[in-house]
Design a protein around this ligand. Structure first.
Ligand code: 13P
Length: 263
């Protein structure tokens, strides 16, 4: 089963509109004339979505600009109303947003998002035809305590509760071991592959073999130009969700080039 890898830059709370413009101009000049067998996505903070949409999806943006998809880093589980500080899925659609990162470990641990909230957001995203990048992953204590599989199984089962096979087909899973995020410690290719194969097996239990074979599972956690090729060569790894190393156009580009060359 050939799955197109997806490389997404999660900028977290970095880059306002002017830094977004600097990045995009530099990134586009570096990718001029190059094609990758990969999908490229940028997830800026909400405040930079309008500028990013203008840079990538207006008539004056070049062909290689149109090829880059936009993701939001979160969305509300509500449609509209008295929810101070929230952003709805329909608002995101106005900025050419096609993907939304949901369930990131920072949303879970710092902002108290539960599997139930994440599940509600996945449903809301699909109502607006946004594609969830659904993040899961264990802490070091959970891994060392022998609970890796239980934790991942619970996150997957609860997060995808009542999500149809049709909506699953529009969903990307991102396996991000919490202990590898922003720490410089990457999972070894073997650890990552084992976890990805397990995630795919849980999807097979829930949805059957074909949806499991089709779903893309990204790896996230200290992905760098130097480790991208080895990770992406693993049979169950279909791209990366990148934090720190995607803040620089050159290193984001090298990750894509190194990671998709092995396809
Ligand atoms: P780093 O690449 O900085 O480890 O962050 C990973 C991440 O959390 C992407 O969502």
């Amino acid at each position: 089963m050939s799955r197109k890898p997806i490389f997404a830059a999660n900028w977290k709370m970095h880059k306002g509109p002017s830094e977004t413009e600097d990045f995009v101009k530099s990134f586009l000049s570096k990718t001029q004339g190059k094609t990758f067998h990969a999908e490229i996505v940028i997830a800026p903070p909400f405040a930079s979505l309008a500028r990013l949409a203008e840079l990538l999806h207006t008539a004056s943006a070049g062909q290689n600009a149109h090829a880059i998809q936009i993701a939001a880093q979160n969305c509300s589980e509500y449609d509209a109303g008295a929810y101070t500080g929230e952003v709805s899925v329909l608002m995101l659609r106005e900025f050419y947003v096609h993907y939304v990162i949901l369930g990131h470990s920072e949303r879970r641990s710092i902002f108290g998002e539960t599997d139930k909230t994440i599940n509600a957001k996945i449903h809301k995203a699909r109502e607006a035809n946004l594609k969830p990048i659904f993040c899961i992953g264990e802490t070091l204590a959970e891994r060392e305590g022998g609970n890796l599989e239980t934790v991942l199984r619970t996150q997957i089962t609860e997060g995808l509760r009542d999500v149809s096979e049709k909506d699953l087909a529009e969903t990307v899973i991102a396996y991000e071991p919490v202990w590898a995020i922003g720490t410089g410690v990457t999972a070894t290719a073997e650890q990552a592959q084992d976890a990805h194969a397990f995630v795919r097996s849980v999807i097979a239990e829930l949805y059957g073999a074909e949806p499991a074979a089709k779903i893309r599972i990204q790896y996230g956690g200290s992905v760098k130009p130097g480790n991208a090729a080895e990770l992406m060569a693993c049979p169950d790894i279909d791209g990366a969700l990148i934090g720190g190393a995607a803040l620089e156009p050159q290193s984001f580009l090298e990750i894509i080039a190194n990671g998709s060359a092995t396809e």
